[in-house]
Design a protein around this ligand. Structure first.
Ligand SMILES: C[S@@+](CC[C@H](N)C(=O)[O-])C[C@H]1O[C@@H](n2cnc3c(N)ncnc32)[C@H](O)[C@@H]1O
Length: 214
């Protein structure tokens, strides 16, 4: 989630683009209000809208999310999935995961959702692929390790979406701290790894979209 609306593009542009976002349904609006009230870092609505379009276009069948939080992005992704799809999602915090389970149950998704409690770097090796859609939205210093653990489980054409790649502007401003340095290295990695075709977009707090090459 962005801390400032003008941290990537000019405020007037960010505010204009916000007016073009479709209204969220009652459940997503309630989750956004819950996240704001309890300080949960859910995806920005424009990131949700982007993922909705990507999932609709790709029609993935086995999705993996790293970082569940209250399940906002699970609901966004799941609403675009059919009954044959499975979403797996990983969250460290048991209490937050319980909240996610409740919200996702309310959504009445037709696809299956498998919740995994634990540290992503410990859970990911236990999950069987292949996956065809990935959403990485977790510990910033671990993004490259998530990618390394996931790549052998991704089929050609699989899509990887990563949030917060501009990290409040700090990545471009050459700020140095562990998360910012890790994200800068991650952006270089996804845009130069020969196994991937990637772009980083100024949507939300910066979103990476990669496709696994054939
Ligand atoms: C940015 S939030 C995810 C937001 C969610 N994808 C959404 O848009 O609704 C990141 C989540 O990762 C969880 N988390 C932190 N460290 C973790 C770890 N090592 N393994 C798994 N989850 C972790 C946090 O508790 C937090 O809920």
């Amino acid at each position: 989630m962005k801390s400032r609306t003008d941290q990537v593009i000019k405020r007037v542009q960010a505010e204009y683009l916000d007016t073009l976002l479709p209204a969220r349904d009652a459940l997503l609006a309630r989750m956004e209000a819950f996240a704001a009230e309890h300080n949960h870092p859910i995806a920005d609505p424009e990131v949700g809208q982007l993922m909705k379009l990507l999932v609709r276009a790709k029609n993935p069948k086995h999705l993996i999310e790293v970082g569940t939080n209250i399940g906002y992005s699970v609901v966004v992704l799941g609403r675009e999935c059919g009954a044959e799809a499975v979403i797996e999602t990983i969250e460290l915090d048991r209490g937050i995961l319980a909240t996610a389970c409740q919200f996702v149950a309310e959504a009445g998704l037709v696809c299956e959702v498998k919740f995994h409690e634990g540290a992503a770097l410990e859970v990911l090796p236990r999950l069987a692929g292949p996956f065809d859609f990935v959403f990485i939205d977790c510990v910033k210093t671990e993004y490259e390790q998530y990618l390394d653990q996931l790549l052998p489980k991704l089929e050609p054409g699989a899509m990887i979406v990563c949030d917060n790649l501009l990290w409040g502007g700090k990545v471009a401003e050459l700020v140095h701290d562990p998360s910012t340095d890790a994200l800068r290295a991650f952006n270089r990695r996804i845009t130069t790894d020969p196994r991937l075709a990637s772009i980083v977009l100024p949507v939300g707090d910066g979103v990476g979209i990669s496709i696994v090459n054939a």
